[in-house]
Design a protein around this ligand. Structure first.
Ligand code: ADQ
Length: 500
């Protein structure tokens, strides 16, 4: 559905992310490895550009191996995802000893940066050992990226500009440091960019991290740094000024560092809009009920505000009992980071709360909450999105939130539903026609749900058509183009006009 045919990329792209766009699985009988593709929006948008520009992808393949993994299997002939076109020679695997990797990933990335960057410092642990392993793993990534850069330079034709190294997310905030240093020593010129998928916190939260300066220096080794929204850009600029004493230009979002001027850019991610429309058009009807459905779809994560959401729904039934028997909440939560204690505790809390609310309100013919703990396929998800009356996207903090956008894309019925979004998600900043709801204020959130359930059809239609138009224009493909434009790698007129 997504076509990159009109993008004329002037350089090869080397993407560096914690995970490769597929994981490797070992066949238990033959011990052969095979690829299992990931199908997220990021992969859909970025992979075709890597393939087209003969670029590379550097990342962890999802398994630890005693020997270096050089023989990456080619994709399965039945794989029709965008990763299928990525040849094994375009993939560079990073691996680490399992203990080091766990300390980097569960300890530092998920135990420190995830809560801290979501402004929940009380949940963050600050352990020197985890930090040391974070440094180490970032060095491994840098070494492998150098290998990729060398390969890219060997293949590069004379008309191409220098390769772009694009580093993703909080797992790899230091890698650019060593990539810049070693690439300069080895005379392998490149441009470097970093994109953060989660929020960048305000200075008074960020500075709690004991090695905060090193993080900023790592990110500033890039030429361009992207965040979802302007607020995160400004937080970053503020931290650079106050922690490192950098000269900054807030209006033009520039930070002077090491004799260079680093560009900071808001690049709000989008979704493969057309693909979701197609899924919604083809999906079978699932709800066989006249009851109204309020939908929640999230990873089971404490940042997503799930407990608050259930309490708000309970409050709705208390304050507006006319909805009893007529409205159900369908919450679909995909298990996440299940080996971490806090996530296990959250699961228990959710199970108990669902049980308590259902025990309190269920009648012979109706129960208030339907709770699916698991991953559902995209066809099924599209049917839920299409036929729900209200979507509740109410995180306590969220970089962007793609569920809000996917819901909007799938709203193809003539009488559309209503999106409720938290102002603390990047999506809440941009989706102006949604109803805003502060998840911390349970009573207020219940009233907003009531308003959504009783909103007249013409108002719903107007709001949804504007939301859909913006998401259609600013889809994931647009995001990819905006990134390449910010790197000077495609021409200005190849970007459409922005609809905000
Ligand atoms: P996430 O925190 O994972 O992403 P989000 O943006 O909502 O959050 O993306 C979740 C994805 O998982 C969606 O595509 C959704 O369809 C899918 N999903 C969720 N629950 C599911 C279920 N039960 N079954 C099947 N699929 C399910 C991080 C940041 C976000 C940012 C993205 C992209 O935390 O803020 O929007 O990266 O930059």
């Amino acid at each position: 559905v997504i076509s990159h045919s009109s993008i004329n990329i002037k350089s090869s792209l080397i993407v560096v992310s914690n995970r490769l766009p597929f994981v490797l699985k070992k066949d238990p009988k033959t011990a052969n490895l095979r690829r299992v593709a990931s199908a997220g929006g990021l992969v859909t948008a970025v992979c075709p550009v890597v393939i087209k520009g003969n670029g590379l992808w550097v990342g962890w393949p999802g398994i630890h191996s005693s020997k270096p993994l050089y023989d990456i299997p080619e994709s399965d002939p039945n794989d029709h995802t965008p990763t299928a076109g990525l040849k094994s020679e375009q993939v560079v695997c990073v691996d680490a000893d399992q203990e080091i990797f766990d300390s980097y990933y569960n300890g530092c990335c998920n135990g420190t940066f995830w809560p801290l960057f979501h402004s929940m410092p009380g949940r963050a642990s600050f352990k020197e050992e985890h930090w040391r392993n974070y440094v180490k793993v970032n060095q491994y990534f840098a070494d492998k990226t150098l290998e990729a850069l060398e390969r890219c330079h060997k293949r590069k034709n004379a008309s191409q500009s220098v390769p772009i190294v694009w580093i993703h997310d909080y797992h790899l905030m230091l890698a650019a440091n060593w990539i810049r240093e070693k690439a300069e020593d080895a005379d392998l010129p490149c441009q470097m960019a970093f994109f953060l998928h989660i929020p960048f916190p305000p200075w008074d939260i960020f500075r709690l991290f004991p090695w905060a300066d090193e993080l900023l220096q790592g990110i500033l080794a890039c030429d361009m740094v992207g965040f979802h929204i302007r607020d995160y850009c400004l937080n970053f600029v503020d931290c650079c000024q106050r922690n490192l004493g950098c000269r900054v230009d807030r209006k033009n979002l520039l930070v002077e560092h090491g004799g260079r001027s680093v560009r900071i850019r808001p690049l709000p991610i989008g979704i493969p809009f057309d693909r979701f429309v197609e899924l919604a058009q083809g999906a079978k009807k699932i709800f066989e009920t006249k009851q109204k459905i309020i939908l929640g779809v999230d990873r089971l994560d404490y940042t997503k505000g799930l407990v608050h959401r259930l309490r708000a729904f309970e409050m709705l039934l208390e304050r507006h009992p006319e909805h009893i028997g007529k409205v159900s909440l369908l919450q679909i939560s995909v298990p996440s980071r299940t080996d971490v204690k806090e996530y296990q505790e959250l699961k228990e809390e959710m199970d108990q709360l669902v049980g308590r609310i259902n025990g309190r309100f269920t009648t012979a013919n109706w129960s208030p909450i339907r709770y699916i703990f698991g991953c559902v396929g995209q066809d099924e998800l599209a049917a839920y999105y299409r036929d729900a009356d209200v979507a509740l996207v109410t995180p306590l903090r969220d970089g962007m939130n793609l569920v809000a956008k996917e819901f909007v894309a799938c709203q193809i019925n003539p009488a559309p539903g209503v999106l409720i979004v938290s102002p603390f998600a990047g999506a809440g900043e941009m989706m102006h026609e949604a109803l805003l709801s502060n998840p911390y204020e349970i009573g207020g959130a219940a009233d907003v749900i009531h308003r959504a359930l009783t909103m007249p059809e013409d108002e719903r239609t107007l709001r949804m058509s504007r939301l859909r138009r913006r998401e259609m224009e600013c889809d994931v493909n647009y995001w990819m183009r905006s990134f390449l434009k910010a790197m000077g790698s495609i021409e200005e007129d190849e970007i459409g006009t922005t609809v905000m």
